[in-house]
Design a protein around this ligand. Structure first.
Ligand code: PEP
Ligand code: MG
Length: 588
């Protein structure tokens, strides 16, 4: 029947978390929300109430186990960790005892006590500025919801009968895997961020997803039609026919592009004339290991460890760190894991340790400078990394090196730590490679002198560009002049590669420049055959590598070396690439 009251198109903007376009009807997933005051009933038999809680807890554990099984059946063990950490939370004896005590003391219902305690625990994470920790809050709130449902005997409907875009206030990993994969067109949630588990899973499943939908889940319903754009974050409710047609075209284009990338994803990154190129991934969180594998990266070329340190009440100790590094190393083994020692300072500060207000934090107490001034903190991290090296192919990378002394001092500290570990009987790799970031102008200019002190170089173009051009990488006002194609930066990159080659040490590039398709032929032309980038760019860069010849790249580099204008250089590189990989135009 024709709709007598056509709905008006409504355009909103959210945060894109998994690429792709989804177009279709809506399935509004609304697990019942319960009013706290309804739970605030007093009970007589506190022991029976605690047993009731224990039964509910076991039920939720069984749900998590089931979700894990479904996930493993369909998606192998990429997401197992997510369920493991929720399970560990529910099995924590301290939490169970806290709930038992509260029931005994307050005579409140278990549902009320669970709601209070888990809300409080999630509060702590919600307040954090760091997105990763805020996401952990959602995991706790999800468990709260599931426990209360179990306590009140409410079951949740995951039954999709037709393809639909799932719209929800928030989606947990356990919720995500229980829908029939064949019917999920996309995810749209009111809450969440790029590192939310649901977002990571959506990317793993290659399902478009957008978060931060401004509370749309409260007003949207079965009768609505939706478009979500996982590239730009656009959300279009009840699109008019023209908009819908526009997005359908875009969707087709992207699908064609994706299927050609997927076909090549498992193949080797080798140029047409036989040069093998290593494509590694940059990660920040343990959960991203699944992104590394799904995108067929050769390993992790940069594990940024700042998130383990920032936004915590207390510093992570050696054991906390060891467990994280060990897990990542084991999951990647035999592939390489390059762990970068903590690069605090600049825009990444930790409680209680940030220096008094610095006028120029990017030129201040940052990276290796901070670590060498705080040897206790540094040693703990070095011990944790070394211990983890017994469980995988681990390497150490030092950030923000600007002189030889910093490398020498760190190497001495590493030797000292090795001795201590040996005396204590810990296993570790005695030959662990220690590399340095080349990301300051002084390090690049001194690359030939630094090379004998380093087992490998990793060029950090994000910082190198900021320091060479004197342009703050976080300042939008000057962002238009921030360009790694500037010949001054390119010259330092080329010289660093040459210094590494002369000293026969491996060199890689781990700044965002590695993920810029038009930069890759130029870098290969300079003699660089190892790149590390965000995991999602790996398939695209692999496509580039497979479409070019090393010899032609050499010619490109020689042509570019004659140019002194960054725009002209960028254009030359773009044209070179467009001839070999037809550009994907996703503009509407
Ligand atoms: C870089 O500076 O290029 C780099 C990879 O390090 P970060 O972005 O963490 O500073
Ligand atoms: Mg850097």
């Amino acid at each position: 029947m024709k709709n007598r009251f056509p709905k008006k198109e409504l355009k909103l903007h959210g945060t894109p978390t998994s690429p792709g376009i989804a177009i279709g009807p809506v399935y509004n997933f609304k697990p019942l929300t319960i009013n706290l005051s309804e739970l605030a009933i007093k009970i007589e038999n506190v022991e029976a109430e605690f047993r009731h809680f224990e039964n509910a807890r076991r039920k939720v554990l069984a749900q998590l186990l089931y979700a894990r099984q479904v996930s493993e059946e369909h998606y192998s063990n990429q997401f197992s960790d997510i369920f493991e950490s929720q399970k560990a939370f529910l099995e924590d004896p301290v939490l169970i005892e806290e709930i038992r005590e509260q029931i005994h003391q307050t005579h409140h219902s278990a549902a009320y006590v669970v709601s209070e305690i888990l809300s409080e625990k999630s509060e702590h994470f919600i307040k954090q500025e760091n997105e990763y920790f805020r996401e952990r809050a959602y995991d706790i709130l999800d468990l709260k919801q599931k426990l209360i449902h179990a306590l009140l005997g409410i079951s949740i409907d995951y039954h999709l009968t037709n393809p639909a875009i799932i719209v929800a206030e928030m989606l947990s990993p356990a919720d995500t895997v229980q829908f029939n994969r064949n019917f999920i067109l996309g995810f749209l949630t009111d809450q969440g961020g790029k590192t939310s588990h649901a977002a990571i899973m959506a990317r793993g499943l290659r399902i478009p997803s957008v978060v931060n939908s401004a509370g749309l889940s409260r007003i949207i319903g079965k009768q609505d039609f939706l478009i979500i754009d996982g590239f730009e974050g656009s959300i279009i409710l009840n699109p008019n026919p023209e908009t819908r047609e526009q997005y359908e075209k875009l969707q087709k284009k992207y699908r064609r592009h994706e299927s050609s990338l997927t076909k090549q994803a498992r193949k080797e990154a080798r140029t047409k004339d036989g040069q093998k190129v290593e494509l590694m991934a940059n990660i920040e969180f343990i959960q991203e290991v699944s992104d590394v594998k799904l995108n067929y990266a050769d390993g992790v070329g940069l594990f940024r460890t700042e998130s383990i340190f920032i936004e915590r009440e207390t510093l992570p100790d050696e054991q906390d760190q060891f467990e994280i590094y060990k897990k990542v190393a084991e999951q990647l083994d035999p592939a390489e894991l390059v762990i970068r020692t903590v690069d605090l300072g600049g825009d990444k500060l930790i409680k209680g340790y940030s220096a008094e207000e610095e006028a120029n934090p990017f030129l201040g107490w940052r990276g290796i400078r901070f670590c060498l001034d705080r040897p206790m903190i540094f040693k703990q991290q070095l011990r944790a990394i070394l211990r983890a090296s017994a469980f995988g192919n681990v390497k150490i990378l030092l950030p923000m090196i600007s002189n030889m002394k910093e490398v020498q001092k760190t190497r001495d500290l590493i030797e000292q730590v090795k001795k201590e570990l040996q005396q204590e009987g810990h296993a570790f790799n005695r030959e662990i490679a220690v590399g340095i970031m080349i990301e300051t102008p002084s390090a690049a200019l001194m690359a030939a002198q630094l090379a004998p002190l380093a087992d490998f170089f990793s060029i950090g173009t994000n910082d190198l560009t900021q320091y060479v051009l004197a342009i703050d990488r976080t300042n939008n006002r000057v962002a238009k002049s921030y360009n790694t194609f500037n010949p001054s930066v390119l010259r330092l990159i080329a010289e660093t590669i040459q210094a590494a080659d002369r000293n026969k040490i491996p060199v890689t590039l781990c700044g965002e420049f590695a993920a810029q398709p038009e930069a890759v032929p130029l870098l290969i032309g300079m003699g660089l055959f190892s790149f590390s980038m965000n995991p999602f760019s790996v398939p695209e860069i692999k496509q580039v590598v497979r479409a070019i010849k090393k010899d032609e790249c050499g010619e490109l580099y020689r042509d570019v070396a004659k140019l002194s204008d960054e725009q002209a250089i960028e254009k030359t590189c773009r044209q070179f690439l467009d001839k070999r990989v037809p550009p994907l135009n996703l503009s509407k």
